[in-house]
Design a protein around this ligand. Structure first.
Ligand code: PBG
Length: 330
């Protein structure tokens, strides 16, 4: 039998495979999420996220210097807020001398080239562990937007490059954009979590920040009234197009690996850069399997990040950013 078309011809050896390779992962694609806590010269490990730490500001700055030297040029910041600073409105989140604001300044002073992307959401600051202010037992969209604008302005004032609202309130991109324009922060970007699903894959992150919704009969027990339903796909496009129209600079889809159909679909539809969040639960699964010897850690990291890029991501938020950078630099 004569087979005229043989796909295996272009897989014969590593050289030919590299010539026909469609997707190449580089350190330019990586954004490292970072957890910061009060104090000095201390780091605490996070049991469900092996290799990831909550660090005090001084150690965070050192980590950023190291990341930057390795080619990781963006960090996404999260604060561990002590209980006594939490309230319903998340007031501490717009304290100009708060931990977030101090951290943004310190990183920009020490590593000016590092793109600093603070998380904009109330949950780490909320006594209820919600991304919104609770009014009469419900997450109050418009009151939350007002708080998010105050928080955004204080991040911009501290020197943030790109704000990353992860809350899923309606209309918050235009509210933040308006606030930034009126405040004179015309060059501060918005990376909008446009299609963020209510997902069980956020568990390890919430334990790292102690930010899970609190058990309380008077408030919603989960985030399903604002984060998307994982049964839906068309709705993601609606969310994305609204955020584009409201002035977002970059669109985020989250989680990553189980949601690559959404990434591919959005990639077809828009030309703005797309960020994908390879979330804490995805990281925890990979690490748990690798620790058991069930997966090759290094190969699984490079494969999963490359596949996220292949689906359409321009940048990937991943807890494996540093490990991936080490592997890519070898
Ligand atoms: C909260 C926020 C979450 C994550 C980023 N920002 C958790 C949530 O929505 O409950 C999750 C990140 C991860 O799991 O890695 N605004």
């Amino acid at each position: 039998m004569i087979i005229y078309s043989r796909n295996r011809r272009l897989r014969t050896n590593a050289s030919i495979r590299s010539l026909v390779q469609e997707t190449v992962l580089t350190t330019n694609d990586l954004v490292m999420p970072i957890f910061v806590m009060e104090g000095s010269n201390t780091q605490e490990s996070i049991p469900s996220m092996p290799g990831i730490y909550r660090r005090t500001l001084d150690l965070t700055v050192k980590e950023c210097q190291e990341l930057y030297r390795m080619g990781v040029k963006a960090v996404n910041l999260y604060m561990k807020v002590s209980e006594n600073l939490k309230d319903n409105k998340g007031t501490e989140s717009w304290n100009n001398n708060g931990l977030m604001q101090t951290t943004i300044k310190a990183i920009k002073d020490a590593v000016p080239g590092m793109i600093v992307m603070p998380d904009v959401a109330l949950d780490p600051y909320s006594i209820y562990g919600h991304d919104g202010i609770i009014t009469n037992g419900k997450v109050d969209n418009d009151a939350t937007n007002d708080a998010l604008v105050k928080m955004s302005l204080s991040h911009a004032e501290a020197g943030a490059d790109i704000l990353a609202p992860s809350d899923m309130m309606d209309g918050r991109v235009s509210a933040i954009r308006t606030g930034l324009e009126e405040g004179g922060f015309t060059d501060v970007g918005i990376l909008s979590y446009a299609a963020k699903y209510a997902s069980s894959f956020y568990g390890p992150f919430r334990s790292a920040l102690d930010s899970a919704p609190k058990e309380n009969a008077d408030i919603p027990k989960d985030k399903k009234t604002y984060q998307m339903d994982f049964h839906n796909s068309r709705e993601a496009m609606d969310e994305v197009l609204k955020d584009v129209a409201e002035g977002a600079d970059i669109i985020m889809i989250k989680p990553g690996m189980p949601y690559l159909d959404i990434v591919a679909k959005v990639r077809e539809a828009i030309d703005l850069p797309i960020a994908v969040y390879n979330v804490s639960g995805e990281y925890a699964m990979l690490k748990a399997a690798a620790q058991n010897g069930w997966l090759d850690n290094d190969k699984a990291i490079i494969e999963s990040l490359t596949c996220i890029k292949r689906a359409g991501a321009d940048m990937i938020f991943t807890y494996a950013a540093k490990e991936a950078a080490i592997l890519l630099n070898q």
